[in-house]
Design a protein around this ligand. Sequence first.
Ligand code: CMP
Length: 140
Amino acid sequence: MAVERTLLLVKPDGVERGLIGEVISRLERKGFKIVALKMLKMTREQAEEFYSVHRERPFFQELVDFITSGPIVAMIVEGENAVETVRIMIGPTDGRKAPPGTIRGDFSLDIMENIVHASDSKESFEREHKIVFKPEEIIG
Ligand code: CMP
């Protein structure tokens, strides 16, 4: 195992529902460090690039509408095996199927409005974080 970084977004539903602190708290209690953090509203251009792998999916436009519908909180999370471990902590995409104890399992009943996003690989992190953060916004 090695120290890695991953990108986590608290999506507009998570911000609206007041879950920013809950999400950060879970990550910090687990032992992860936050090395970049900001609130922003994604532009359509950013959202289309961010979710470009889903461009052909039937839900793509709805997904872009949703992620640009309000402020999000983006953070870079650092720690041992961060990519896989943070994915385990957020749970599967569909909140109805995500187990209790995971972020989606505890707070979402929907497949799209599922509170958080986290990079699914180191390659995704490399691509995704550059859409949201400038190099000077990242500590270390
Ligand atoms: P996320 O982990 O951000 O990655 C892609 C997002 O697309 C996903 O979370 C959901 O918000 C959304 N999504 C994935 N599958 C579906 C689906 N079948 N219907 C609607 N939205 C989906």
